[in-house]
Design a protein around this ligand. Structure first.
Ligand SMILES: O=P(O)(O)OC[C@H](O)CO
Length: 472
């Protein structure tokens, strides 16, 4: 068992406090008061474990709706298999941004969960936090083969040769479309658009403004992820140097790259011409417009395949296609970077038994049968490639081909700095700034000026972060 937490902050914790004071952007006061559910300090936890023989694991996650139901089922299965030894409390902590804000608060109050799901862009922050232990250490010790993890997915969570976290829910964005509306508009439902120009051409036939069958041909949330992905599919690195994937810290990001600028200009014109609706930043609002048939095309994660499939039943035939590219940027090996989330095991302040139980949970969730279940119940990739060989997965995807669109797209994508996404510590803040730029453009401001302005706004934050954590 670990020693009790020292009352004084360690150097790592002092460092992190400096980082946090720079980057706590929303809601810290609201979520930082009180001890999060399920957390006890180490001595109390040790005593409880000794008395009961049961190791308590607090697992924070961001999976809701059908994805939350699937995760709950897996955790229940794990608990049943470990009855009397390990008890996992899975606690939904809100969306990814809310969860990371709560996590930062828990670091400051010394009440971090045993294991937490963090989105892809939190990777470098988690490494810098010094609050976590890498899964590669456990794997090496136990002879666990991390090679079963799909290569692009493993690449996302590997920093300087160390795989830090265990992927749980991996994704790429897709173009979802309403095949029924396509037919009504005289479009071929089996030929979805492949680039932004083709989306516009389809939207011109689909939209009410031109006498089409739906209110708007297109509508997607103002989500920086989509612009980052348009950069990735064009083979462009969003951050310098080399998306932070070569061991050197990110010093800047190119918000006004030709691809991002072209994408924002395209999106602005779609809205201005009545071919797209601006539903704002909340993903659910764009999802609801698509589910209700108000829009005929949208961008969303493959993790919405299950939810969209269920919502479209009896209303329209759902289609899903690879994420589009900016016209003219197609090239073999280019493709989207891996999104979604992974599991991080807490180190300081947690008992050895708790860390081991968390590792056990991470392995369980990544094992083939768990990932086959996860894939078929959600639409996220099976992070463990062996899941795809299981009869239950094969039988399911044979009947539900939309669950393979993202897998095919990922398998065609080479692993490169561009396709592993930007590993900047302050990437969540950079994404928000990108969204600010897009939002300004969608309400009519000049795209180039908007993007330049938000890039300037975030530059100081990047510099402060790097100074806080040190290293180059
Ligand atoms: O919606 P998800 O879970 O696929 O995640 C999307 C993004 O990767 C989050 O950064």
């Amino acid at each position: 068992m670990s020693a009790p937490r020292a009352p004084r902050l360690s150097r790592g914790r002092r460092l992190l406090a400096a980082v946090l004071s720079t980057f706590l952007v929303v809601g810290l006061a609201a979520c930082g008061s009180g001890r999060p559910e399920g957390n006890l300090d180490v001595p109390a936890k040790d005593a409880l474990e000794r008395a009961t023989g049961v190791t308590k694991v607090t697992f924070w996650h961001s999976m809701d709706s059908s994805n939350g139901v699937a995760l709950r089922a897996l955790v229940d299965k794990f608990n049943a298999a470990h009855a009397g030894k390990v008890e996992v409390s899975a606690v939904f902590q809100g969306d990814y941004d809310t969860a990371i804000t709560k996590y930062k608060a828990s670091v400051q109050s010394g009440t971090t969960p045993s294991i937490i799901q963090i989105y892809d862009i939190g990777t470098q922050f988690m490494v810098d936090s010094k609050e976590v232990v890498p899964v590669s250490g456990f794997a090496q010790r136990d002879g666990y083969d991390l090679g079963v993890i799909q290569k692009n997915i493993a690449g996302t969570y590997t920093v300087n040769g160390t795989q830090w976290s265990m992927p749980l829910n991996s994704s790429v964005p897709l173009l979802y479309y309403n095949k029924t509306a396509f037919e009504a508009a005289g479009l071929d439902p089996d030929k979805p658009p492949q680039n932004l120009d083709e989306i516009r051409a389809a939207a011109e036939k689909l939209s009410k403004v031109n006498g089409g069958p739906v209110a708007y041909g297109f509508g997607a949330a103002i989500y920086g992820w989509y612009l980052e992905q348009l950069a990735a599919t064009a083979g462009e690195e969003f951050c310098d140097p080399q998306n932070g994937r070569t061991g050197r810290r990110v010093t800047s990001a190119d918000f006004s790259s030709p691809t991002i600028l072209a994408s924002v200009q395209w999106w602005q014109k779609m809205v201005a011409d009545g071919l797209a609706v601006n539903t704002g930043r909340v993903s659910k609002d764009a999802q609801d417009a698509f589910k209700a048939g108000q829009t005929a095309m949208t961008f969303e994660s493959t993790g919405q395949v299950k939810g969209f499939t269920a919502a479209s039943q009896g209303k329209f035939e759902l289609g899903a296609a690879p994420f589009p590219v900016v016209s003219g940027s197609e090239a073999p090996g280019n493709g989207p970077s891996v999104g979604g989330g992974s599991l991080w095991i807490s180190g300081p302040g947690h008992s050895e038994a708790e860390k081991e139980a968390s590792w056990e949970l991470a392995q369980f969730l990544a094992q083939p049968d768990s990932q086959a279940f996860w894939h078929t119940q959600t639409g996220y990739f099976p992070v463990n490639q062996k899941a795809l060989d299981l009869p239950e997965d094969k039988a399911f995807v044979a009947k539900n081909p939309l669950f393979t669109v993202a897998i095919d797209s990922l398998n065609k994508t080479d692993v490169s700095p561009a396709t592993t996404g930007c590993a900047a510590g302050p990437m969540p803040q950079m994404r928000k700034a990108l969204e600010d730029g897009l939002e300004r453009a969608l309400i009519g401001k000049d795209p180039a000026t908007s993007l330049r302005k938000v890039q300037e706004n975030v530059a100081e934050s990047v510099e402060s972060y790097n100074e806080s954590v040190g290293g180059s």
